[in-house]
Design a protein around this ligand. Structure first.
Ligand code: C2E
Ligand code: MG
Ligand code: MG
Ligand code: MG
Length: 291
């Protein structure tokens, strides 16, 4: 029996189904009729090491399939969910699904790292770190296979309030990525003090860098700064080859974007991985930066 059955809107039932792991595709069990009516599923987008062309990981991205509206992108859903207890339930689902998926990949001989997104309120209590630790050990997944992404804006809004959770996750051995880097006014102090493993350059800068000298300069300086602090740098929103080559020239570690692959369901990802052949930027072929 599920503690939070569908249609129990308003019930103050406990959030977490702690029974045996359920299949990845199932109806949403949030205490919100709109979410209850649809289906939540995770898509996965490959992340490519720019120097070698190898797939080094995936980012898990939430998709909500609404019975009338079809596939709804997460932006809208997250914004609404964040106003209520629904966000907490969604995040629990995301953690469950992603860790379970990592175990499945591992059993299939696919060595992948997966990143999942959390919203700032998920980090206000110790619940998320506890849940992650519990699921990792239950599924026998090594903590370094998992990374938690938090947006720079969310983190910098109240760094002290989230520090305990982030430290806890770091102690467990889970990576921490600073998402949407460049949009949230990090102080260098915080960048240095937080136990981050990665920064993700926001796609708004990456999208512009092939035609806009300012965007290209901003991306280069973010890559340099992150590198100087010993952090891995991921560029998101890499849509074309020219941008990819510019990132290579700038020393960026990892690319994520439509140039390589769109986010896709786990089953499709397995097929994509089987087809994928590493693409390396040709030596000396890096394009000039725009002026
Ligand atoms: P994000 O974490 O910065 O995720 C990257 C977004 O860039 C994704 O949008 C992805 O589909 C999109 N993207 C990837 N490659 C390209 C590209 O080459 N060009 C362009 N134009 N876009 C690209 P998506 O999936 O719509 O997600 C939007 C945001 O919603 C995410 O931004 C993240 O902040 C949030 N989100 C997604 N899933 C979750 C989740 O499970 N939990 C939480 N808390 N937030 C989530
Ligand atoms: Mg993200
Ligand atoms: Mg991002
Ligand atoms: Mg973003």
């Amino acid at each position: 029996p599920d503690p939070v059955p569908n249609g129990s809107a308003g019930a103050s039932a406990p959030a977490a189904p702690v029974a045996a792991p359920a299949p990845v595709r199932r109806a949403a069990r949030a205490e919100d009729p709109a979410v209850d009516a649809g289906e939540i599923t995770m898509y996965y987008q490959p992340q490519i090491a720019i120097a070698t062309g190898e797939v080094v990981g995936v980012e898990a991205l939430l998709r909500w399939w609404h019975p009338r509206r079809g596939m709804v992108d997460p932006g809208e859903l997250i914004q609404v969910a964040e106003q209520s207890a629904v966000m907490r339930l969604l995040t629990r689902r995301v953690v469950d699904d992603v860790v379970e998926q990592l175990a499945k990949w591992s059993a299939a001989g696919i060595a992948l790292r997966a990143a999942l997104n959390v919203s700032v309120r998920d980090l206000h209590t110790g619940e998320i770190a506890e849940q992650i630790a519990d699921r990792l050990s239950r599924y026998g997944v090594l903590p370094d296979r998992l990374q938690v992404e938090i947006t720079e804006g969310a983190l910098m809004a109240d760094p002290r309030r989230v520090l305990a959770s982030i430290t806890q996750l770091h102690r467990i051995g889970v990576g921490i990525a600073l998402d949407d880097f460049g949009t949230g006014y990090s102080s260098l102090q915080h960048l240095r003090r937080l136990p981050l493993s990665e920064v993700k350059v926001d796609r708004s800068f990456v999208l512009g860098m092939a035609d806009d000298a300012d965007d290209a300069a901003i991306v280069r300086s973010m890559i340099e700064l992150a590198g100087a602090l010993g952090l891995r740098v991921v560029a998101e929103g890499v849509e074309d080859e020219r941008t990819w080559r510019l990132l290579h020239a700038a020393g960026c570690d990892v690319a994520q974007g439509w140039f390589h692959a769109r986010p896709m369901p786990a089953e499709e990802l397995a097929a994509w991985l089987a087809r994928y052949r590493p693409v390396r930027p040709a030596v000396g072929a890096d394009p000039e930066t725009p002026r």
